[in-house]
Design a protein around this ligand. Structure first.
Ligand SMILES: [Zn+2]
Ligand SMILES: [Zn+2]
Length: 181
């Protein structure tokens, strides 16, 4: 028994171009123009694209989940921070890490590029109510002409602003660092 002579292959994207190359994943014939050299050999563009999609596993509902989880934890954190004053600076990076881990857990470690942006937005939104509450006192002092009192009242506001900045930076690095892996 002899093998039949191999019939010529034609590129799946260019039916007029004869080729001997096949995608090493889906076996589709591809011409040199359509082939992408990957560390594991030549592949078609579709397979390369499909491979990249693996890193975007988040479902649409993961984004609101990330936002809400981050907002709730950030709200709690900003409330605690009102008692901490200067120590807010020491606690905030830890809070950011906790928020990042909580978000990862709640979305079952699925990931997407947008996911950590939603988490950061959640941190900012969650800290806003507390920020406005402690802004009221210095604002009232300012309106009633007591500038010194207003200055003292602004210090907790500063801690709150720093809390938001440090917490979101810490969460950002924790979440985006995982994305690189
Ligand atoms: Zn392929
Ligand atoms: Zn082609």
């Amino acid at each position: 028994m002899t093998n039949p002579p191999p019939s010529p292959l034609y590129c799946a994207n260019h039916p007029t171009i004869e080729t001997s190359l096949r995608c090493n994943r889906c076996e589709k014939p591809i011409c040199p123009k359509c082939a992408v050299l990957t560390p594991t050999g030549y592949r078609c563009k579709e397979c390369v694209r499909g491979q990249q999609k693996i890193f975007e596993t988040a479902q649409w509902w993961d984004h609101p989940i990330a936002l809400v989880v981050a907002a709730v934890l950030s709200g709690v954190g900003s409330y605690v921070a009102t008692f901490l004053g200067f120590f807010t600076l020491l606690i905030a990076p830890v809070v950011g890490m906790i928020i990042a881990e909580a978000v990862r857990y709640c979305v079952r470690r699925r990931r997407s590029h947008a996911l950590f942006l939603f988490a950061i937005a959640g941190i900012v939104l969650g800290a806003l109510p507390m920020l406005f509450m402690i802004l009221i006192n210095p604002l009232i002092s300012l309106v009633s002409g007591n500038a010194a009192q207003a200055g003292i009242g602004l210090l907790p506001v500063l801690w709150q602003v720093l809390f938001v900045i440090i917490t979101s930076t810490s969460a950002y690095y924790r979440l985006s660092g995982i994305q690189i892996r």
